[in-house]
Design a protein around this ligand. Structure first.
Ligand code: GLA
Length: 511
């Protein structure tokens, strides 16, 4: 997703940031509901549903085929061989057993196609599902060959898992840099963009090395294990029959994914595929799930069976104001600003519109609870001008209301007020050191030029000991790149060490 944003600053001077912002990807993934029974017919049905039910218009654009699409067989030249019955010809003139058929079908609906592999040799072998293991389902030893093949088939997105990488005790940063370079080679070969989704489950802290790994312009990285084992309702399998989703599954994935200091415009923590509407989920749990994923600007790859979504789940998934929070050009994660009683939490994050905050009030407890928000916690001057209930698209009339949140539910608010004055740093510097802020957390908005033609990976260090990577894609001509990022609480000293980045403007807001 790419759009040009016109952004207003706190002091109300209009200025345009002309770089291209990549919001976290949105779409569907086959694993949660179909696991290893995935085939052409299932993918066609799901793609049709996505195109027909309004999700495509709302921005869900990828249809991703997860594990189970091949069984580890290669021909004498090392090319992947697939089952012709699982992936038959769809149109006259096509050959059975060619993955280009399904990619072409997905494209014919105006959608983008995604595929899956493992950074190691054997892949997950369909872990943790029923059915035999299939060895050799990974790409190790074939990175260039496989990614060129995926791209030639027409795929636009690849999820690269870590089952075998972990088993072989590989180093994620090294392996995924090789994967990224192979992807760039594939992109040069075919001229087609191939988006990288890293699935390393957070085992080696990917949030520290994944931004810009191998020179990739935008990426997502999984932060935890699987949100659930798949629930394949059509399988007459006692193991699947007893699986259902709990609120804990959703909350655990959210918590594992909170690395707000690592996330920044174009580079996103991946909380895992969504389970909205799946067995065990209630409407209130769906609101919690949707609210947390949009607040986190996380990838929104829906893992449900799209042909069976209830009207309530579907309308939540398409809620435009919620999706605007997800697609906000800063793309930041929220910070927990208050927990007045255990389990009653207020999460907030800055939005690119001056003075705007997205706020989620989450009630994890078993009973309904009143909440009063301390507006001082949102980094605004005084009380907000307006409050909007995002689920219902209605404004609150009282300037300072108390809310009552039902058990296991979430209220999503868009709040408009006035930003506190940021500390601003002068333009035309290629290096800034010693940025001081006395109160945390802080968020920063950087406008920059990077004429190197490559992604610049800048280290951001703070006196709290935190050192993260800020990846700044190249800018062209007189374009300005923009990155929003969060800094930890306490005093922070930051240094931008890259000489190839010229700072045009840096504003740091303390909350
Ligand atoms: C791992 C991943 C899942 C899914 C399965 C497929 O568990 O984390 O998202 O891709 O592998 O086996």
């Amino acid at each position: 997703m790419c759009y040009v944003a016109l952004v207003r600053f706190a002091f109300l001077l209009a200025a345009s940031a002309t770089a291209c912002f990549g919001a976290a990807p949105m779409g569907w993934n086959s694993w949660n509901s179909f696991a290893n029974i995935v085939n052409s017919q299932i993918v066609q049905q799901q793609a049709q549903a996505l195109a027909a039910n309004g999700m495509k218009e709302a921005g869900y654009e990828y249809v991703v085929i997860d594990e189970g699409w091949w069984l580890g067989e290669r021909d004498g030249a090392g090319n992947i061989v697939v089952n012709p019955r699982q992936w038959p010809a769809i149109r006259p003139g096509q050959k059975d057993g060619d993955m280009a058929n399904i990619a072409d079908y997905i494209h014919s609906l105006g959608l983008k196609a995604g595929i899956y592999t493992d950074a190691g040799r054997d892949g997950c072998s369909m872990y943790p599902d029923s059915g035999p293991k299939y060895l050799n389902t990974g790409s190790e030893g074939h990175y260039e060959q496989d990614f060129v093949q995926f791209s030639k088939w027409g795929f636009d997105y690849v999820k690269v898992d870590w089952c075998s990488g972990a088993e072989e005790k590989r180093e994620g940063a090294v392996q995924y840099a090789q994967v990224a370079r192979a992807i760039q080679h594939a992109e040069k070969t075919t001229g087609r963009r191939l988006f990288l989704s890293i699935c390393e489950w957070g085992s080696q802290n990917p949030w520290f090395w994944a931004p810009g790994v191998g020179g990739i312009e935008s990426t997502v990285w999984r932060t935890g294990g699987d949100i659930i084992p798949p629930v394949v309702e059509s399988l007459e399998d006692p193991e699947h029959a007893k699986r259902f989703i709990t609120l804990k599954n959703v909350l655990d994935s959210f918590e594992a994914g909170m690395h707000p200091e690592a996330q920044h415009t174009g580079y996103y923590n991946d909380l895992d595929m969504m389970v909205m509407g799946m067995r065990g989920m209630t409407d209130a749990m769906d609101r919690v799930h949707m609210g947390l994923w949009v607040m986190a600007s996380a990838p929104m790859m829906v893992g449900s069976d799209l042909t069976r979504l209830s009207p309530a789940t579907l309308s939540l998934l398409k809620n435009r104001e919620a999706l605007a929070i997800h697609n906000d050009p800063y793309g930041l994660q929220p910070i927990k600003v208050a927990e007045p009683t255990p389990g009653l939490q207020v999460w907030a994050k800055p939005m690119a519109v001056a003075g705007r905050r997205a706020v989620a009030i989450l009630n994890r407890t078993d009973s309904s609870a009143p909440v009063k928000i301390d507006w001082g916690k949102l980094g605004l001057v005084g009380t907000p001008r307006s409050l909007r209930d995002v689920w219902n698209g209605r404004n609150f009339t009282a300037a300072d209301p108390a809310f009552s949140i039902p058990a296991h539910d979430l209220l999503l608010l868009s709040v408009d007020g006035e930003d506190k004055k940021p500390a601003e740093y002068p333009a035309n510097q290629s290096d800034i050191a010693g940025i001081q802020a006395t109160h945390g957390p802080m968020f920063a908005r950087l406008e920059y030029a990077n004429a190197s033609g490559q992604v610049a990976v800048v280290r951001v260090k703070s006196t709290s000991g935190l050192s993260t990577a800020l990846a700044l894609p190249p800018t062209h001509g007189s374009d300005t790149g923009m990155a929003g990022f969060l800094l930890p609480g306490g005093t922070a000293d930051l240094s931008f060490e890259a000489q190839i980045v010229a700072v045009r403007k840096l504003a740091v807001y303390s909350w």
